[in-house]
Design a protein around this ligand. Structure first.
Ligand SMILES: [Fe+2]
Length: 226
């Protein structure tokens, strides 16, 4: 996807977030030059920041997600059994914009509708080999209340509602009726290794540089901050 489009999506996304009275942390406003100069390991190594993805397919309006990782813990703390075990993202699913079917190996996540349209989440259980079980129903916690969902069932989350997805639960989601501001509260997260997609797609965008980036994406850090 073109860098000019990424820049535009960042501008639109930030305005959408602000329209709900939410403000991103200070480093959200750092230029690429400022991030390269200051380079805090707590941001760069934790891979905090902007993450605009079309899953490598070049059709952002139909298949894509806006993410901003606001905090991310330490993977080593997981093994140690205590410490900074959590992460938080701000996301936007546009109306009818699919985040494709996937599951996680390590990460449990609460997906929260923070405002806007209805957030639709399609769910499947995992078969013993980890693939999608197209027959078995499943139970998921929604704001402390267990809900039964049939295979491929679609939860409709209104603003304020959330679902807890444990590792292994297959999920895809999109906005219905309007764009949706989403919160994600999760286990410490490694997006390089912990996303298993049903279809052979990527997790990040490949960028065609047609103008200067206004902000670096997390997926730019290895190359731009080397
Ligand atoms: Fe997920």
């Amino acid at each position: 996807m073109k860098r000019s489009r990424v820049n535009q999506i960042i501008r639109e996304g930030e305005a959408f977030i602000r329209s709900f009275g939410q403000v991103l942390p200070p480093f959200a406003n750092w230029s690429p030059a400022e991030l390269a100069r200051r380079r805090p390991p707590g941001i760069v190594d934790a891979r905090l920041g902007w993450d605009i993805t079309d899953y490598g397919q070049g059709r952002f309006d139909e298949l894509g997600l806006f993410l901003f990782t606001a905090r991310n813990g330490r993977a080593a703390d997981l093994a140690a059994g205590g410490g900074m075990l959590y992460a938080e993202k701000v996301m936007i699913s546009r109306r009818d914009q699919l985040s494709p079917m996937h599951r996680h190996v390590v990460k449990a996540e609460d997906i929260i509708n923070r405002g806007g349209g209805t957030l639709v989440i399609e769910l499947f259980a995992s078969a013993p080999d980890g693939s999608i079980d197209r027959q078995a129903g499943l139970e998921v916690p929604t704001d402390g209340v267990m809900r039964s969902v049939e295979a491929g069932g679609k939860l409709q989350l209104a603003p304020g509602e959330s679902v807890t997805l444990m590792p292994g639960v297959w999920h895809a989601f999109w906005g219905e009726g309007a764009d949706v501001l989403i919160g994600e509260v999760s286990t410490v997260n490694d997006d390089l290794t912990d996303n298993v997609f049903a279809d052979p797609i990527g997790r990040f965008s490949s960028i065609e540089e047609d103008e200067e980036p206004i902000r670096l994406l997390v997926s730019d850090y290895d190359r731009w901050l080397a």
